[in-house]
Design a protein around this ligand. Structure first.
Ligand code: SAM
Ligand code: SF4
Length: 329
């Protein structure tokens, strides 16, 4: 028997983690992502459930262990529970995760968990309701927090939050975060604002490095913990006085790409080798039937040979991504 096929690039990185966007649509208007709201394109032909499942079967056969469903806003899809249920049937997938703005979570949590979800990232850019509304366009903070507490009732679900760090808006919220993690076992992560095709001016005004935040928490005695193989891009920090953790996602840091362990698929079925790369390989022609899985695997492995060692964000190059709702962040 030959060696099993494996998702490994020419720099020795392996990719057990797939981020899959299941829609570009979103109901929020986050200032840094879709400040004018989602503009409906003429063609809303996003991946169908059978295409998603064929795709994940192929990735699973290539060693993928963790699937993150994202968007746009993935909970907008009416068949989200069915999608999660179908992924659960693929036995080698160990983690089914969701990234969501949480606007329906209060009511959806139980169904998602019963279907097989076992990790969730909820975006909360501020723990101050007024600021939250200014950033996202929605007065939903309390409902989202209720949703998180609903999820927390199921003890086995990993809960993380994402806050994009914004200079002059929410860069003073570390004390709020510390209050939450003191008694709650959740990981609250700060993401450094990324420049995309559409947000150049906003980026110039609000980008701030996460270095200062990191310095503060290290001075408080938080210590970095080691990553597991399918971990996301955050460096995580723990402290014996706090039940929860703090995460920092710093895409501009020099070592960010060397630990890359994830590939991305857009809601239209394009394989994206990097969040900040150009174009993508259209896998849709190979997703139409289970009989095409061998060809699909071949195409994925062929494309992986072209994954570059690093993005060039520091040089101001953001690739073809206009905003992260297009590809899932
Ligand atoms: N709608 C869902 C949500 O907001 O969680 C999933 C999609 S969203 C694109 C995924 C993550 O990307 C969110 O945590 C969001 O805050 C983050 N994000 C979007 N645009 C970003 C940017 N320009 N820089 C950094 N993070 C960004
Ligand atoms: Fe929508 Fe998420 Fe983008 Fe906010 S960050 S506009 S919730 S896709």
């Amino acid at each position: 028997m030959g060696k099993p096929l494996e998702l490994k690039d020419q720099f020795g990185r392996v990719f057990p983690y797939l981020r899959l966007s299941i829609t570009e649509a979103c109901n929020f208007r986050c200032q840094y992502c879709l400040p004018n709201g989602f503009q409906k394109p003429c063609d809303m032909n996003f991946l169908r459930r059978n295409e998603i499942i064929n795709l994940i079967k192929a990735f699973a056969q290539l060693g993928t262990k963790k699937i993150r469903l994202t968007g746009g806003e993935p909970t907008i899809r009416n068949d989200l529970v069915e999608i999660i249920g179908a992924i659960r049937e693929i036995k080698t997938i160990e983690t089914i995760a969701l990234t969501t703005n949480g606007y329906k979570l209060e009511h959806q949590a139980k169904n998602l968990i019963d279907a097989g979800l076992n990790a969730i990232n909820v975006s909360i850019d501020s723990l101050n309701a007024d600021k939250f509304k200014i950033i996202t366009g929605h007065d939903k903070l309390q409902s989202i927090l209720n949703g998180i507490f609903e999820v927390a009732k199921a003890k086995h679900i990993k809960i993380k939050t994402n806050s994009v760090l914004l200079k002059g808006i929410n860069d003073d919220e570390l004390p709020n975060i510390l209050r939450v993690i003191q008694n709650n076992n959740i990981t609250m992560r700060f993401i450094e604002l990324m420049r995309t095709g559409d947000n150049q001016d906003y980026f110039e005004k609000h980008h701030v490095s996460t270095n200062l935040m990191l310095k503060h928490i290290e001075e408080m005695g938080f210590e970095r913990i080691s990553r597991d193989k399918v971990a996301g891009p955050a460096s995580e920090y723990a402290h014996e006085d706090y039940k929860g953790k703090i995460g920092i996602i710093a895409p501009y840091s020099k070592d960010f790409c060397s630990s890359c362990n994830r590939l991305r698929i857009s809601a239209r079925g394009e394989l994206k080798l990097c969040l900040f790369g150009d174009g993508g390989l259209d896998l849709r022609p190979y997703l139409q039937s289970e009989n095409q899985i061998e060809e699909l695997k071949f195409q994925i492995l062929k494309a992986l040979k072209f994954k570059l060692p690093t993005h060039n964000l520091a040089g101001g190059y953001t690739g073809s991504t206009k905003h992260l709702a297009q590809i899932g962040g």
